[in-house]
Design a protein around this ligand. Structure first.
Ligand SMILES: [Zn+2]
Ligand SMILES: [Zn+2]
Length: 352
């Protein structure tokens, strides 16, 4: 089979001819129908993340070996099943849940595999969807998408479930008053769409870019606010109509996290999603006095992925715009994303 793989970090993906995977045990092999090109693919391709203060999170230190095929937003048709595989049918098309753990520790058994310390994520530690076929460790990681378009569903394995899991961390707060979303990029717009599909009061969106604020307003934001305004906090509180109970920071910079922390009221929650980096200095006593919660959010779990696909299947949640490209465009798709030239999501479709 053909695959576009990292053979050296930071160098062009190489088209490789690899042996088509053959499933053993509980494994399932899918023929790739769609593979989303995600921002984090750029970091994986570069070999790590910038942690600020000159520190870098190295994927080599995290056990990532090369060559590795990228692609953690995969939709595929089941073509082969190991002798012990179950729960899926040959010929049916599924979204591949990629955030896989060891399956044996307490975290994994409590349905939080995405926080397992022994990750075997597809597209990072295991070969992913920038290929004609993908090996999936167990049929339970395949989420039935029915007759929906594979290219439209692919982004729900990463950006969709990330936004959904971040919203879930706010619990009943989303039903009492609009929450505040900082950052109206892809994740922010996805969160707006999900809030609309849930029983929520929507969101006030904060972004420095006038274009992104306009996009958020068009996507149904209750109000949009420029954080550079001198009275930004007062404007946000007025738009929320009272105390801010929940904030999701999709940027993750010192200024945005500070804004989020300053906004939340007693019993409120701040969810950190963005990886911009840097350092925060919150007054520690206020965390206790206000009884606030600060959550980090990394992707989401399998159950949340099933729930978000159900929301799409029910017609309540509209998928984001995608651009289909052939698998051979893998390098160009990554380069375009890096250059900020992609609107919505680029999705590699081997049959395109
Ligand atoms: Zn991703
Ligand atoms: Zn585990």
């Amino acid at each position: 089979m053909k695959a576009y793989s990292i053979v050296a970090f930071g160098e062009k993906l190489q088209p490789l001819e690899l042996e088509t995977p053959k499933p053993t045990g509980r494994e399932v092999v899918v023929k790739v129908r769609a593979a989303g090109v995600c921002h984090s693919d750029i970091h994986i391709w570069e070999g790590g993340y910038d942690l600020g203060h000159g520190r870098k999170l190295s994927l080599t230190d995290r056990g990532v070996t090369l060559p590795r095929t990228l692609g953690h937003e995969t939709v595929g048709e089941v073509v082969a099943m190991g002798p012990d595989a179950s729960g899926v049918e040959i010929g049916k098309t599924y979204l591949v849940y990629p955030w896989i753990g060891c399956g044996e520790c307490g975290v994994c058994k409590d349905e939080a595999e995405n926080y397992c310390t022994k990750s075997r994520n597809i597209g990072i530690h295991l070969d992913g969807g920038y290929a004609e076929y993908v090996r999936v460790p167990d049929g339970k990681y395949l989420v039935d998408i029915g007759d929906l378009d594979p290219a439209l569903l692919a982004p729900f394995a990463c950006s969709g479930v990330t936004a959904y899991s971040a919203i879930n961390k706010l619990g009943p707060r989303i039903r009492r008053a609009p929450i505040v979303l900082i950052g109206a990029g892809g994740l922010g717009l996805m969160a707006l769409a999900i809030l609309k599909a849930m029983n929520s009061k929507g969101a006030v969106v904060v972004d420095v870019s006038p274009e992104k604020r306009a996009a958020a307003l068009a996507a149904g934001a209750v109000a949009v606010i420029d954080p550079a305004a001198a009275d930004a906090n007062a404007q946000i509180t007025a738009a929320v109509g009272g105390a801010v109970e929940g904030v999701i920071d999709f940027v993750g910079a010192p200024a945005t996290s500070q804004l989020g922390f300053d906004l939340i009221t007693k019993g409120g929650a701040l969810v950190m999603v963005g990886l911009y980096g840097g350092v925060a200095t919150f007054p520690l006593a206020l965390i206790a006095v206000k009884g606030v919660a600060i959550f980090g959010n990394l992707v989401g779990n399998l159950k949340e992925t099933q729930e978000i696909v159900d929301l799409v299947r029910s017609g309540k949640l509209a998928p984001i715009q995608v651009t289909r490209r052939p698998l051979a465009d893998a390098n160009d798709a990554l380069a375009d994303l890096r250059a900020g030239k992609v609107v919505g999501r680029a999705v590699l479709c081997p049959d395109h």
